[in-house]
Ligand binder design. Structure first.
Ligand code: NAP
Length: 542
């Protein structure tokens, strides 16, 4: 299966010694570089792709767009940048988000310190030199005092090892590695495997083009209409007139995203009241649906009210009752990531779309002409794997990271990631992860979470320089305490109760641990601020 983007492999870098090496040129790596350069330090970014943008560079499948509102899914560190950039839609499409990333790279002249088409193979802490030694896929070695992994939470794609994948004679695609030139599905018979966010966005678009589309569903997912729309000039003016207020309101919300949250219990209101509230939020669209009541993700009986409403909407939309039943999820709403769509359920009313349930009998194998399942061979010209990612740790484990005494990160995290604040890990001095495991990351609006981490790391490096420290490492006890806290808060939420990628269930053999921090953005920020105020409490500095 041909995936990936090829490019010029020559790094063209002549220096080998840096203050900070950054891995990844998505939104995290770009802002990290900007901050480090602003401190007068020497830094370089290594990026596997041929351009900036990370997630938005790779995920170019039809219908790809962010389901956090664009005016909030954007940087806030530069007021002029905020004012000069105008988003065109409520949820901007992938090309516009990528254009924004490129605009930022140009505006802050970031490209000159980014080495594209270069994948990092290993990153090893050299105790004698007190430096990180980083080796590229071309065998070039670079050294730095600090190493920052800005490798993304959903960047290492997951391709289930179906038997016979290489036998398929048609074209194969993964949503997370989409060809830059796009794909024309006109007149083709297409099979899509998966019904997560990427599939739910791409299926309606592929169905419009393809001669016939067959969707293989293992687990039905809840999705809420996006109600995407062009942004009106008056709205843009109002946002730009009070960006500071919008950002401040977002900072106070658990997801770092300013959406209306009702703290009331759904169990305390009448059926008429909650039905009308769910209806209003369904009409408004987007993930704010789950903010209708404060206990939807805390109590199964509360969750059931929201789930029943969505199932009613599915049954009202999908004409064939058997297909509607298959599309009705049986699990907790919001346990797996809530999806946001445009015309997803309606797509199953099209005569050229078929849904195949693979929940009871798994896909047998990929054949030379299609997909074999339950004694039937479905013939395709193209197969789309919308099968997600090895989330949170996959991209880190793709690099051979070794800390003190040659200890491998992969081995240390064999039973699940262990971090202090999702930013650092014991045994790996002067190493940081942006939106790493154990930080709010994927449960929040990524942009403010990224900025908060980058600011923490930059301030920490400044502090070390001011106080004559050259080494920082979290203490083991601090790490264990943080790990216990991450688990405690996860246990309170229904989110930790199903087989989702949040717990690593989508990748065979991955330890089942609820990986992100679910205590909320404000609580997390408060904790980081208190750590700093107490002289980097929980860290040993030398
Ligand atoms: P995903 O949510 O992990 O979905 C993967 C799909 O593939 C699931 O339906 C899964 O079924 C199915 N699958 C995996 N292995 C399979 C197998 N062996 N046989 C049959 N089906 C199989 O991945 P994703 O859709 O790429 O989304 C991942 C995350 O990226 C999202 O949750 C979201 O956080 C982010 N994302 C965001 C946006 C946005 O902002 N709009 C868009 C896309 C993605 P099971 O559920 O049964 O495992």
């Amino acid at each position: 299966m041909a995936v990936g983007v090829q490019g010029d492999k020559n790094t063209g870098v002549t220096d080998i010694d840096f203050d900070v090496i950054i891995v990844g040129a998505g939104f995290a790596g770009m802002y990290m570089l900007h901050r480090i350069r602003g401190m007068g330090l020497k830094s370089i970014v290594f990026e596997a792709g041929s351009g900036v943008g990370g997630t938005w560079f790779w995920n170019r499948y039809p219908g790809a767009r962010c389901d956090v509102e664009s005016v909030q899914y954007s940087y806030q560190f530069d007021k002029e940048l905020e004012q000069e950039w105008t988003w065109s839609e409520k949820y901007s499409p992938q090309p516009e988000i990528l254009k924004y990333a490129n605009h930022v790279a140009d505006r802050f002249k970031l490209r000159e310190d980014i080495c594209f088409n270069t994948r990092i193979k290993s990153s090893v802490y050299d105790e004698d030199r007190t430096q990180w030694e980083v080796t590229t896929d071309q065998g070039d070695i670079y050294r730095s005092s600090f190493c920052v992994f800005a490798t993304g939470c959903l960047s290492s794609f997951n391709l289930p090892g179906f038997e016979g994948m290489d036998d398929f004679s048609g074209a194969s695609y993964h949503t997370g590695q989409w060809p830059h030139e796009g794909v024309d599905f006109s007149n083709l018979r297409v099979g899509v495997i998966g019904t997560g966010s990427s599939a739910i966005q791409s299926i309606p678009e592929i169905a419009k083009q393809a001669k016939h589309l067959t969707v293989f569903q293992r687990t039905a997912n809840y999705t809420i209409p996006a109600r995407n729309a062009k942004l009106e000039e008056d709205y843009i003016r109002a946002v730009k007139g009070d960006y500071a207020g919008l950002r401040e309101r977002a900072r106070q919300k658990p997801a770092g995203y300013d959406i209306p949250l009702n703290p009331q219990s759904v169990l305390e209101v009448t059926k008429e009241e909650f039905t009308s509230e769910f209806q209003a939020r369904w009409e408004k669209g987007g993930t704010q649906f789950l903010g209708a009541y404060g206990d939807l993700l805390l109590k199964p009986e509360a969750n059931e009210k929201a789930a029943a409403f969505v199932k009613k909407m599915i049954r009202n939309t999908v004409e064939d009752p058997k297909v509607a039943e298959l599309l009705c999820p049986t699990n907790i709403i919001g346990c797996k990531r809530l999806c946001v769509d445009t015309d997803y359920y309606k797509t199953y009313n099209r005569p050229n779309v078929k849904l195949v349930d693979v929940s009871q009998i798994p896909i047998d194998r990929i054949t030379s002409s299609g997909i074999a399942h339950a004694g039937i061979e479905y013939e395709f010209d193209a197969i789309v794997y919308a099968t997600g990612f090895d989330a949170m740790t996959g991209a880190l484990f793709n690099i051979d990271i070794r800390g003190r005494e040659g200890r491998s990160l992969k081995e240390k995290w064999n039973g699940g990631p262990q971090t202090y604040l999702g930013l650092t890990t014991n045994g790996f001095p002067n190493m940081f992860t942006i939106t790493g495991p154990g930080s709010p990351s994927v449960l929040t609006n990524m942009l403010p979470s990224i900025e908060q981490h980058v600011n923490f790391i930059s301030d920490c490096i400044s502090y070390m320089r001011e106080h004559g420290h050259s080494r920082i490492e979290p203490e083991l006890n601090a790490e264990l305490d943080w790990g216990m806290h991450v688990n405690e808060v996860a246990d309170v939420s229904l989110r930790s109760t199903c087989a989702s990628w949040y717990v690593g269930a989508n990748v065979p053999g991955k330890p089942r641990v609820f990986t992100p921090y679910i205590g909320g953005f404000p609580r997390y920020v408060e904790r980081c601020e208190s750590v700093v105020a107490n002289g980097y409490e929980g860290f040993s500095l030398a």
